[in-house]
Design a protein around this ligand. Structure first.
Ligand code: SAM
Length: 222
């Protein structure tokens, strides 16, 4: 049985590693990682592995991403307090909790395709003090027009291209941070910014390997 103080020490150690590796670069992202107990977002049998820098299975063939990958995405998103964020792929709810630390829980909407994960992710968020995050079950390849416009759309599943509905749901200067690639299991992290004329300025970041974004505007289900 791991004690709460052991989790806190493991969390501090992981954060120091992520800073040393250059994955965490800003004090705000560092503070968010300190605030969120990752052990509350993994399956009960995996709690002792919660602070290893690896993805872990969360059921339904899905994973909670490695902390270093999440840190890279959060730094690329450059979120300011009060900005509105749509996360595509709630999974465990961990990444949504970190987003809530950065912009405020009331400004985070997270959409999940698999009903059981949407329920589990919402439960994890509520139990950990992030119940103000809005979790929606649905196909995030279509975005979530009801909550638009967003300052940032951040996807945690990989798509063959930026789904066409997403840019239309961005606010002025809005950003998309998403794994994009021609393979179902290998992508580059793409950072896109909406220009005033409506087109996207696109930059390719680190290679990555996310589970596929399955939906009408992304990969087919089989
Ligand atoms: N952000 C999650 C976390 O912190 O645990 C990571 C989740 S996992 C890497 C990606 C998630 O995207 C999975 O839960 C998967 O079911 C979900 N997903 C895949 N396609 C989706 C879609 N079209 N809409 C919403 N969620 C989707």
């Amino acid at each position: 049985m791991v004690r709460p103080s052991d989790f806190a020490a493991a969390r501090d150690r992981l954060v120091r590693e992520l800073v040393a590796e250059g994955d965490i670069r800003s004090p705000r992202v560092q503070e968010a990682f300190i605030q969120v107990p990752r052990e509350e977002f993994v399956r009960s049998g995996d709690r002792s592995a919660a602070y290893a820098d690896v993805p872990l299975p969360i059921g339904e063939g899905q994973t909670i991403s490695a902390p270093s990958m999440i840190a890279i995405m959060l730094e690329e998103a450059r979120l300011a307090p009060g900005e509105k964020v749509l996360e595509i792929g709630t999974g465990s709810g961990y990444h949504a909790a970190l987003l809530a630390c950065l912009v405020g829980a009331e400004n985070v909407t997270s959409i999940e395709r698999i009903p059981a994960l949407a329920v589990w992710g919402q439960e994890n968020l509520a139990r950990s003090g992030f119940g103000g995050v809005t979790v929606v079950q649905g196909d995030g390849s279509l975005g979530y027009p009801a909550g638009a416009p967003y300052d940032c759309i951040l996807a945690t599943a990989g798509s063959p291209r930026i789904p066409e509905p997403w840019p239309r749901q961005l606010a002025a200067q809005g950003r998309i941070v998403a794994p994009i690639g021609a393979s179902r299991f290998g992508q580059d992290l793409v950072i896109a910014r909406l220009r005033p004329a409506g087109s996207l300025e696109i930059r390719r970041g680190t290679p990555c390997a996310f589970v596929p974004l399955v939906g009408e505007q992304a990969w087919p289900s089989s």
